[in-house]
Every structure is written in structure tokens, then in C-alpha cells.
Ligand binder design. Structure first.
Ligand SMILES: [Fe+2]
Ligand SMILES: [Fe+2]
Length: 221
């Protein structure tokens, strides 16, 4: 293994995709905030860096097949992967999550009024923003990357990266509002499904943004 705690978190995630399991578990941001060294990221989250390194080593040793690496793929292949694995399912999932957040808020709002109202608002924001974000990537940026038009790429990349950071912030808020996705005892099926869906959204958006911020965009510019 050729990384240590001085390497950037996003770089480690690109080289060793299974490391993202550990980052996810330990709450270490490897997508929007992936530019800082692992040691600094661990300090920020109050986790022991040596423990994190040994957990990554274990993940890699336990899965000899390893996960697919994208840092040496061609941009066209990576774009294809991002569209199939992340964009298409996300477009289906966002309206479903929004519908559930609205339902839980309207039916159970009185059980936890402030949090359920805010959660509904945050999910609504995420659904609207991400839908527009995906269109910008699919119609503007990805075609420019495929054309290799480096000059025109810088500005849209800056905009899309700042949208990633805003989405990352919203996900952090979702985590707080859902108590780290712990389902309350009185929760109905929709409530449970919402919590589960939001947790899966967090995981998949982190992977998705990581592939764009740390691999695709740097390759393109
Ligand atoms: Fe995307
Ligand atoms: Fe994106």
C-alpha cells in the first residue's frame, strides 16, 4: 500500500475505492472536502488517524478483488458510469424521497414539528437543486469534457463544485435532523423508508461527488 496520512483524502479514495467504506463509517468527508490530508481530516472529526489507516488496510486485505478504480479510466467511460449508476437512479429517487418527506411531515408533523418541517424543506431543496445540477452536467459540462474543450470547462467546473459543496452541507443537515438515521420507535413504514432512503442517498451522493470532484473534473481541466 502506498499511502500515508499526509495524502489527501480524495486522492486515497480515488486510488483505493474501498477506503471510502471506512471514510463513510467514520464520517470523514472524502468528496467535497477531500482535498485535505488524511491526518487533518481525522483530527477534524476527532478520530484516531492510525486507527483509520489500519481499518483501510483491513478493508483492502479482506477484499482481494478490490473495487473498480476509476482514476485510470478514460473520461468517456467514467461519464458513462456516472450517468448509469448515479444520475439515472437519482432522478427516480429524488421525487420518491420528497413525496415521503412531505407525507411524514404532514401525517406525523405534530410528533416532532420543528425537525420534520425542516427535514421536509431540506429534502425539497435537495430535490430541486440536484435535478437542475444533473441537467447542467448532462447538457453542458459532460459534452464539453467529451469534446476535450479545456478552455470552456473551468467555469462550469467551478460552479458545479460549489453546488457539490452546498449539497454536502444539506446532507450533513439531514444527518443531524434524522439523528444519524436512527429510526424513532413510533415511526411508521413510510417514516422508516424515508430514513433508509436518505441514508442511501447520502452514501451514493458521496461516491458520486467524489468521482466528479476528485477524478473526472481534475482530468478534464
Ligand atoms: Fe453528477
Ligand atoms: Fe455533480
Amino acid at each position: 500500500m502506498s499511502f500515508d496520512a499526509t495524502h489527501a483524502v480524495g486522492e486515497i479514495a480515488a486510488q483505493y475505492p474501498l477506503a471510502t467504506r471506512v471514510f463513510h463509517r467514520r464520517g470523514i468527508d472524502y468528496c467535497c472536502g477531500g482535498g485535505i490530508p488524511l491526518a487533518e481530516a481525522c483530527k477534524k472529526e476527532g478520530v484516531d488517524v492510525e486507527l483509520v489507516v489500519s481499518e483501510i488496510e483491513r478493508e483492502l486485505a479482506d477484499s482481494p478483488a478490490n473495487a473498480q478504480r476509476w482514476d485510470d479510466a478514460k473520461p468517456a467511460e467514467l461519464i458513462d458510469h456516472i450517468l448509469t449508476v448515479y444520475h439515472v437512479p437519482l432522478k427516480e429517487e429524488l421525487p420518491r424521497l420528497l413525496q415521503m418527506a412531505a407525507k411524514v411531515h404532514s401525517v406525523h408533523g405534530e410528533k416532532d414539528p420543528e425537525r420534520l418541517a425542516e427535514l421536509h424543506k431540506v429534502v425539497e431543496w435537495l430535490a430541486t437543486e440536484l435535478e437542475q445540477h444533473l441537467v447542467k452536467e448532462e447538457e453542458d459540462l459532460f459534452p464539453l469534457i467529451l469534446k476535450g474543450d479545456k478552455e470552456k470547462i473551468r467555469l462550469p467546473v467551478d460552479i458545479l463544485e460549489s453546488e457539490h459543496s452546498a449539497a454536502g452541507e444539506a446532507l450533513r443537515r439531514v444527518r443531524v435532523l434524522t439523528d444519524d438515521f436512527q429510526v424513532p420507535a413510533e415511526a411508521c413504514n413510510t417514516w422508516r423508508a424515508l430514513w433508509k432512503g436518505l441514508e442511501a442517498l447520502e452514501d451514493s451522493l458521496h461516491q458520486h461527488i467524489h468521482l466528479e470532484n476528485n477524478i473526472l473534473f481534475p482530468k478534464a481541466v
